[in-house]
Design a protein. Structure first.
Lengths: 463, 397
């Protein structure tokens, strides 16, 4: 087996939801031993999202696609950090670890008596990542925030939208993953620094600023010209054509962007040199920018007749930047992603065999892969306490009895609100019919496992 | 200020242009790496892209370039000449990393593929950021930001269900590629520290984008759903994150495990109606629910909504633009924004880094002028002033 780049690095992960766990996952994929800390009182809140069969059923907390994707390659322990015993065990683990990740509001770690200054006393070269909405300092430091609302706050949503409409949020909680990637990079930088100097580091990462740094050029434009950029839909300030065009079939689209005269000529050739393309109003980049409505209409008439991937292939062969708009299923079947081994099939003890997005980037000598499926709740309690902390069975039994740890959620809850199982079912299982009616879900394919080559009824078995 | 620089002593040869590569090396330079940017004698393309002060193009005043190349040194070198390629190979001997974001054919075409560079410097980390990666059937596909967003799956889920998919604003594909390159390069560098082994880092922007929305893939592989787009709405927990007009702009709705608190605060009792208690009920009564929500939000200004909501610990947000960011005292206090002096462009408000190290912001120093460090760098390589003049005459530097 190939070596792993971050092998020998141990990471304690106290984060929850999207950004933090994604950050930890990126480190785990590259070989760090990541220990996810949950509690039976508050298991990771995303555990029951995207459940197999869209039903709570048995052990819902171990059957969620969202969790199983975001936590592969990690170990899991449950520790009640509001109890002294839980805190003490965490401190013992910190002594044996290189990195601690946390994503609480800035007050919380202090309130738990686990802030950086305390932890540094017991582990002087600790690398601690504190991820928060607004950062650990500044007037907004204690403000609550979420990856969803942050896209608005950071100046990204303002730039997204149809030209005749209001601001639009991206179809994911965009600021979460981009902050997770940033954080994983910073932790790795701090690890490199520690290799050289032996020093630990406290990193204060702000989701707000991460989002804002992704639209930095608009801040520059404002500083230089007092300008506030307008929403441009799929258009570009100086490239035309530049857009998303309809193709044959339901909801199929292709993007085309032309950045030079050569590419424009290539597009015209690929379309069969239509007479309209030689008209004065499309004769140079400025003219094409001025007459974009007509231009888009004409190109759309041409793309409309073919499959979106076919249009892409024809245009790419001609030297035009074209990209089909791919949906989640198409990505799972994409020939390029398959050829690059980006997709990996993993067998999970409760969810069976499923394909997952694999390594985010490729390192030629230490490629990494999905080595183990996501952990069940508290799956590694015994391993960690025995192997790492040298506790005996009797002590572990007592910790379980006293509620410091366990493998079953204490109650159904979401973000601290206790719910009945009925409410929980309603909250966590997707109302398929409703979501399909409004378009949030396009359709459901009952035979998806067969299509994926993973026959139903044999979950966990051979495909 | 502690002055700690996490990457001090790390030498990076920066062959990047436009956004993705420069953002990657900007982060490295901010953390203290010695980043030497190599541009052709006519400057990299970002110098010709705006924004420019007064919209007057000038190679030393491109806002995009000035933003993305802070803390770097810069030289010019023409890799389309044999001498240029030879000099580049000499520069490679003395660095830890090379970062480039050309189309995959280009480096090999110049004779500068990983193998050739590793011959000069076996422990080298070469990071290549491209739209579709260094292998596979789409390797040589052309692509701009919008194409990568489409191929990575982000566009399909963004926008209205009955209209064309939307690209996210700005140049998000490139920024994602850049920060992924930052993470990937340092991961490889960490391994090199431990083992002395270099390697080739292959970042496909398409795959990086897929990774940001990877859970959508599981909506198919766990449940058989094709995930659609639903305006700004969250398919698991609408109205979480959704955007609505308010009195003077737009606001974003926080997650609502308890609609009751929200309705009490907004004095809109209708929102607490049990028929809206779960997603199913909210969609079945979407018009009514949305009307009540809009009415309540329409009574607030952005500022009232944001700060009152925070008093209720609700995680409220509003739609900010560049002007809002620029006047946010929080961003100035944290050192994210500062005015960076520049001999030609003046002191321009420039975003820095989204993090602090041991409590301090990182110092931000201006981007290099074209060829600003030629004398220093080529001097160190042993070129005399006369030789440099000749190189300049031959359009090598």
């Amino acid at each position: 087996m190939a070596a792993l780049a971050l092998e020998g690095t141990r990471v304690i992960d106290l984060t929850y939801s999207y950004a933090g766990p994604f950050m930890a996952r990126l480190l785990a994929d590259m070989g760090a031993q990541v220990i996810k800390v949950e509690s039976t009182q508050r298991p990771e809140l995303t555990r029951p999202l995207i459940l197999t069969d869209n039903d709570l059923g048995e052990e819902y907390w171990n059957r969620g696609g969202y969790f199983n994707l975001g936590h592969r390659n990690k170990y899991a322990i449950t520790l009640n950090l509001t109890m002294d015993q839980g805190k003490d065990l965490l401190k013992e683990l910190v002594k044996l670890s290189d990195v601690l990740l946390e994503a609480y509001s800035p007050r919380v770690m202090g309130n738990l008596g686990l802030d950086y200054d305390v932890l540094k006393q017991i582990k002087p070269d600790l690398i601690m990542m504190s991820l928060s909405g607004y950062g650990q300092t500044g007037p907004k430091r204690n403000f609550a925030s979420f990856g969803t609302t942050m896209e608005s706050q950071a100046g990204i949503a303002q730039l997204t939208g149809y030209r005749d409409g209001g601001p639009v949020k991206t179809g994911i909680s965009y600021c979460d993953p981009i902050t997770g990637i940033m954080g994983a990079g910073l932790v790795t930088a701090a690890l490199c620094h520690r290799n050289k100097t032996g020093e630990g580091t406290h990193i204060d990462l702000s989701m707000y600023e991460t989002g804002a740094s992704f639209v930095g050029e608009t801040v520059m434009d404002h500083a230089m010209n007092g300008r506030i950029a307008e929403r441009m839909g799929n258009r570009h300030p100086y490239m035309a054509p530049h857009g998303c065009y309809p193709c044959a079939g339901d909801d199929q689209w292709v993007t085309i962007a032309v950045g030079s005269e050569k590419e424009w000529q290539a597009l015209c050739n690929a379309m069969g040199d239509p007479a309209w393309a030689r008209e004065e109003r499309f004769s140079d980049p400025l003219e094409r920018l001025r007459h974009q409505d007509e231009l888009d209409e004409k190109i759309g008439q041409w793309t409309r007749g073919s499959d979106h991937r076919e249009v892409m292939e024809i245009l790419q062969a001609a030297g035009v930047a074209a990209g089909a708009v791919l949906n989640n299923k198409e990505l799972l079947f994409d020939r390029h992603l398959k050829a690059r081994s980006f997709l990996e099939v993993v067998d999970h003890p409760r969810a069976g065999k499923r394909p997952y997005a694999g390594m985010m980037f490729k390192l030629s000598k230490t490629p990494g892969n999905i080595r183990m499926p996501a952990p069940l709740l508290g799956q590694h309690n015994h391993y960690i306490l025995k192997e790492l902390l040298n506790l005996d069975d009797e002590r572990i039994r007592r910790l379980e009895e006293e509620g410091v740890m366990g493998t079953v959620p204490a109650a159904a809850q979401l973000m601290g609100v206790q719910l009945t199982m009925e409410q929980y079912q309603e909250l966590l299982c997707m109302p398929e019919e409703q979501l399909m009616r409004v378009g949030a879900l396009v359709r459901k394919e009952e035979n998806f496992l067969e299509q994926l080559g993973l026959k139903k009824g044999q979950e966990g078995g051979e495909s | 200020m502690s002055g700690k620089r996490l990457l001090s002593g790390v030498k990076v040869l920066d062959l990047t242009h436009c956004i993705a590569g420069p953002f990657c090396t900007k982060l490295m330079a901010g953390l203290g790496a010695e980043v030497l940017k190599v541009e052709p004698p006519w400057g990299e393309p970002a110098r010709t892209f705006g924004p420019f002060p007064g919209d007057k193009p000038a190679p030393e005043k491109s806002g995009l370039y000035l933003y993305l190349n802070t803390n770097k040194k810069g030289i010019t070198l023409n890799l389309k000449t044999e001498t240029g390629v030879k000099i580049f190979k000499d520069l490679v001997k003395d660095v830890d990393m090379v970062v480039e974001n050309f189309e995959p054919r280009v480096m090999a075409g110049l004779g500068l593929e990983y193998k050739a560079l590793a011959e000069r410097n076996p422990a080298l980390v070469l990071t290549s950021i491209s739209n579709y990666g260094q292998s596979g059937p789409y390797r040589d596909f052309k692509g701009y930001n919008i194409n990568a967003l489409a191929m990575g799956g982000l566009m399909y889920v963004t926008g209205q269900p009955d209209r064309e998919p939307l690209k996210t604003g700005g140049s998000q594909a490139e920024y994602i590629g850049g920060e992924t390159g930052f993470l990937a390069s340092l991961t490889a560098y960490f391994y090199r520290q431990a083992t002395g082994t270099g390697q080739h880092v292959d970042v496909s922007i398409m795959e990086a984008i897929v990774s940001t929305l990877e859970y959508k893939l599981e909506m198919y592989s766990y449940q058989g759903f094709i995930a659609g787009r639903w305006c700004s709405r969250h398919p698991f927990s609408y109205p979480h994150g959704d955007i609505y007009p308010c009195k003077d702009g737009y606001v974003a709705v926080p997650p609502l495990p308890e609609l009751e608190t929200f309705s009490t605060w907004l004095e809109q009792p209708e929102l607490a109606d049990p028929k809206f208690a779960n997603l199913k009920g909210r969609i079945d009564n979407l018009e009514q629910f949305e009307a009540a929500l809009k009415e309540a939000l329409g009574r607030k200004t952005r500022e009232e909504y944001f700060s009152d909501g925070q008093d209720w610990r609700l995680g409220t947000g509003y739609v900010a633009d560049a002007a809002d960011l620029t006047r946010d005292a929080h961003l100035w206090e944290r050192g994210f924004l500062s005015k960076v002096p520049h001999p030609e462009a003046g002191g321009i408000t420039t975003p820095g880094f989204p993090f602090r190290i041991d409590g301090d912001p990182l110092p931000l120093t201006r981007a290099p002028l074209l060829g600003e460090h030629n004398l220093e760098v080529y001097g160190k390589l042993g070129f005399s002033r006369e030789e440099m003049t000749r190189l300049r005459q031959n359009n090598v530097i």
